[in-house]
Design a protein around this ligand. Structure first.
Ligand code: HEM
Length: 416
């Protein structure tokens, strides 16, 4: 691959830890190339960025997920051998199960539950001193996710369970203590949810037909067999955990409102289009998922680069969402840009690209958008609060990241 820029260095793993979300973008900008080769964790890797790269990355003839996700990510974030690692017909069949649980009526139901829970929290917390919005959001979302899915959850458990779901997410880019905390959290959650699945199957716990719990407990594989309890638990957690993870985006939403106070007035009518453009810009502008990995399925060449079977390839999510060829002045927060957005499947990829029913793109985007809109409506229009002195900065090298303080509000009171 003589014509492809090579980021020469024995191994770039350290640079990746030091540059975090900007690792791929820094080099794509430096070499003025959509892709470059490097070495990470002892192997040759191709990194690529942009809309065209995303189209290639989501071509199932060229890429597969089997063998792509490191075990350390599976043991924390995904669950071992879950949907994220599947390919072909088996993946499509499993994906259909997830897609069927994320329809517009489910999205609206979740949005209503989220608004109800936020208001219940506000009633309880009115007059309290300082509230860490990130912590409160995790608990609100954990209650909502379990209630909606049909998973029993006592109020006394909410805090610990919410922390465990978050710890699995927090582990994905980490070495050391954050990684081990994520592993322990996953073990606890899998034990808990396995028992719930067993109880449903044994008829000791009622699950409504149409609920996520029922769907996971009784899903049949292509060969007609049931998932084993471990896998059913892992996939049920693949619905609960990411709903709790929306707390990160909600915290960034509050930060966006704080950094762009002129928007408070624009959002006060509660107009759905305005709320939507604002939260879309939050999903584009702020960092959450950094990049995705897949392995070359069979040899091909693209952009004068030879992709060899088995090679690991990373697609830059953060960089594509900040690509100046796709987004005018990408480093400005401007929700109105979404008035003109054409809705391409490959240029706006905070939750992956392509068609979610056919590939690995997140099935939960509709849910994420509606839950964020309801939360923004609550924060902007249902409460007043002050933002005391605190450290609101967020690191672009820590993955995943968050405003340092978790966004503290004080003197919160309900409007009207
Ligand atoms: C996959 C991000 C919320 C369920 C993904 C992927 C990303 C992502 C980047 C991988 C795409 C790929 O591999 O090509 C996010 C973010 C969320 C979020 C940033 C907001 C917090 C949700 C929600 C759900 C969900 C709310 C479910 C209720 C899933 C599942 C997959 C997935 C099951 C695996 C899909 C597959 O492998 O086919 N998500 N997601 N996510 N997400 Fe989300």
């Amino acid at each position: 691959n003589e014509k492809v820029p090579e980021d020469k260095s024995l191994d770039n793993s350290l640079a990746l830890m030091q540059e975090g979300y900007l690792f791929i973008k820094n080099r794509v900008d430096k070499y003025q190339s959509d892709l470059f080769e490097t070495r990470l964790l002892g192997q040759k890797v191709i990194c690529m960025s942009g809309e065209e790269a995303a189209k290639v990355f989501y071509d199932p003839e060229r890429f597969q997920r089997t063998g792509a996700a490191p075990k350390r990510v599976q043991k924390t974030l995904f669950g071992v051998n879950a949907i994220q690692t599947m390919d072909g017909q088996a993946h499509k069949h499993r994906k259909h199960l997830f897609m069927s649980l994320m329809t517009p009526s489910h999205q609206n139901r979740l949005a209503d539950l989220v608004m109800e829970q936020w208001q219940a929290s506000a009633t309880k917390l009115e007059g309290a001193g300082r509230i860490v919005l990130f912590d409160e959001a995790q608990m609100v979302l954990c209650r909502v996710a379990c209630h909606w899915a049909g998973v029993p959850l006592k109020e006394s458990e909410v805090k610990e369970r919410a922390k465990d779901f978050s710890a699995m997410v927090d582990a994905f880019g980490a070495l050391g203590p954050r990684h081990w905390k994520g592993r322990r959290a996953r073990r606890r959650a899998e034990e808990w949810i396995k028992e719930v699945i067993e109880d449903v199957r044994a008829g000791k716990l009622m699950a409504n037909e149409g609920s996520v719990l029922y769907a996971m407990a009784f899903h049949k594989e292509l060969d007609g067999t049931q998932l084993d309890t471990q896998m059913a638990a892992i996939e049920l957690i693949n619905v609960l955990r990411p709903i709790v993870a929306i707390a990160t985006f909600i915290t960034f939403t509050a930060l966006a409102l704080h950094e762009n106070p002129e928007w408070k007035g624009k959002l006060c009518s509660g107009d759905s289009d305005d709320l939507e453009r604002f939260i879309q810009e939050v999903r584009r502008y702020y960092p959450f998922g950094p990049f995705l990995g897949a392995r070359v399925r069979r040899d091909f060449s693209w952009n004068q680069c030879e992709f060899k079977e088995g090679m690991l390839v990373l697609l830059d999510m953060y960089g594509t969402n900040h690509d100046s060829r796709l987004w005018e002045r990408p480093d400005e927060f401007r929700p109105e840009r979404f008035k003109e957005w054409k809705g391409s499947l490959f240029d706006f990829i905070p939750q992956g690209g392509g068609d979610p029913a056919m590939g690995h793109r997140c099935p939960g985007e509709g849910i994420t958008v509606e839950v964020m809109k309801a939360s923004l409506d609550f924060i902007a229009n249902k409460i007043d609060y002050e933002v005391p002195e605190q450290d609101l900065s967020y690191s672009l090298t820590k993955m995943p990241t968050l405003p340092e303080s978790g966004f503290i509000i004080s003197n919160m009171r309900q409007k009207e």
